[in-house]
Design a protein around this ligand. Structure first.
Ligand code: AVI
Length: 323
C-alpha cells in the first residue's frame, strides 16, 4: 500500500491577519472575510448546519451526485488526478473516486492536519491509489507546487463541491474560476466539477441562513470569539445578534452581526464605536441560475459545460471541460 504524501505550504502570518481584519472592522461598513468563520468550533458548527432541516444544500448535492454518477462517469476523464479543493474530511470525493476511476487524489485544505486522518483512512480503502495532502490557502488563487510532481499528460478533475463558490462575489468568482481553469493544465479531458446553490424563494434562503435552532447564529457569533483570539479585540458575544438578509438585486444572502446597542470595541492600538443597529458584514452566499453560472464558467475560459440539477432546480452540479 502506498502512503499519502503531505505538503504544507500555508504559514499563518499573524501580522497580515491582524492587518486584514482590523482594516475590515474599521471600514465604514465593517466586514470580515468568511474564512474567519472556520476556527475549530466554527468548522464543527458548520458541519451541524449541514444537518439542519432548513439547510438542504449539502444533502441535495449528495443526492444529485449519487443519482447522476453514471452520467458523470461517462463525461469525466478516467484515470484523472482529482484535486479536491477544501477537502476537509474527504468524504465527498471519497464517495466518487472509485466510481469515476480516479488515477490519483490530492486533498487540498488550508492545513494538511485537517486532511491527514481522513486521507489515511481513504488510503486504506484505495490502497493502490496515489494520494497527497496539500496545505495551501487557495481562496486567493490555487498554486500547485512542483513538489506535487503532477504529470502534465494526466487529465485533472478539479473538484469544488458545496457551493463554496457562492461565498465569492461574481467578480471574485470570475477571477477565481479563471485561476482554476489555468490549474486544469493542458491534458485533454481536464475540467472542473463544481456544486452551485441555485436561486430560490427568498424566505427559504433566509431561513437556511437563520435556522430555528440557532446553529447558524452560533456559527456567525463564534466569529467574534475567533477574532478576539486573533487580534486581541474585546468583542462580547451578548452585544451582537445574527441577521440573515436576502439582497435581491445582488442575488445573495448576506450574514451580518448587528450591534444590539451602542458598543465600543477595543483592540491593541485602536478602537471602533458601533451605534445600535450597525452591522459587521460577515458572509455573502450568492445564488445563481443555471444559465448565469454557465456563462460565468464560459467567461472564465471553460469550453463546454453540462449541469445536473434536482427536479425542483434547487442545486446544480456543473462539469466544465477546460478545452
Ligand atoms: C461554506 N459555504 C458554502 C456555506 C454557505 O452556504 O454559504 C457557509 C454557510 N454559512 C452559513 N451557513 C452555511
Amino acid at each position: 500500500m502506498t502512503a499519502p504524501h503531505f505538503i504544507q505550504l500555508y504559514q499563518h502570518n499573524a501580522a497580515a491577519v491582524a492587518q486584514e481584519l482590523l482594516q475590515g472592522l474599521s471600514a465604514p461598513q465593517a466586514f470580515t472575510s468568511p474564512k474567519y468563520l472556520y476556527d475549530a468550533l466554527g468548522s464543527r458548527l458548520f458541519e451541524a448546519i449541514t444537518e439542519l432541516p432548513e439547510y438542504d444544500l449539502t444533502r441535495t448535492e449528495a443526492q444529485l451526485m449519487q443519482l447522476h454518477s453514471a452520467s458523470m462517469a461517462a463525461q469525466l476523464p478516467r484515470g484523472a488526478c482529482w484535486i479536491d479543493l477544501g477537502a476537509g474530511n474527504c468524504e465527498k470525493a471519497g464517495r466518487l473516486l472509485g466510481l469515476m476511476g480516479a488515477g490519483r487524489y490530492v486533498a487540498v485544505d488550508i492545513s494538511v492536519d485537517f486532511v491527514r486522518q481522513a486521507l489515511e483512512v481513504l488510503q486504506r480503502q484505495h490502497p493502490g491509489l496515489p494520494m497527497a495532502g496539500l496545505g495551501v490557502d487557495f481562496s486567493g488563487g490555487l498554486q500547485l507546487p512542483a513538489e506535487l510532481a503532477l504529470d502534465p499528460a494526466q487529465p485533472r478533475v478539479l473538484f469544488y463541491p458545496g457551493s463554496s463558490i457562492g461565498n465569492f462575489t461574481p467578480e471574485q468568482a470570475q477571477g477565481f474560476l479563471r485561476n482554476l481553469h489555468a490549474g486544469c493544465g493542458s491534458a485533454v479531458g481536464s475540467g472542473l466539477l463544481i456544486g452551485v446553490d441555485l436561486l430560490k424563494d427568498p424566505a427559504e434562503l433566509e431561513a437556511a441562513y437563520d435556522d430555528a435552532l440557532g446553529v447558524t447564529a452560533a456559527f456567525d457569533l463564534n466569529l467574534l470569539l475567533h477574532i478576539n483570539r486573533l487580534v486581541g479585540t474585546d468583542f462580547a458575544v451578548r452585544d451582537w445578534r445574527h441577521l440573515s438578509r436576502f439582497n435581491a438585486p445582488l442575488s445573495r444572502v448576506e450574514m451580518h452581526l448587528q450591534a444590539r446597542h451602542a458598543v465600543t470595541v477595543q483592540w491593541p492600538g485602536g478602537q471602533r464605536q458601533f451605534a445600535a443597529g450597525d452591522t459587521i458584514h460577515t458572509e455573502n452566499a450568492c445564488k445563481w441560475t443555471v444559465p448565469d453560472f454557465a456563462a460565468l464558467l464560459r467567461n472564465a475560459g471553460f469550453a463546454q459545460t453540462q449541469a445536473w440539477t434536482d427536479p425542483a432546480e434547487r442545486f446544480a452540479v456543473f462539469w466544465a471541460q477546460a478545452r
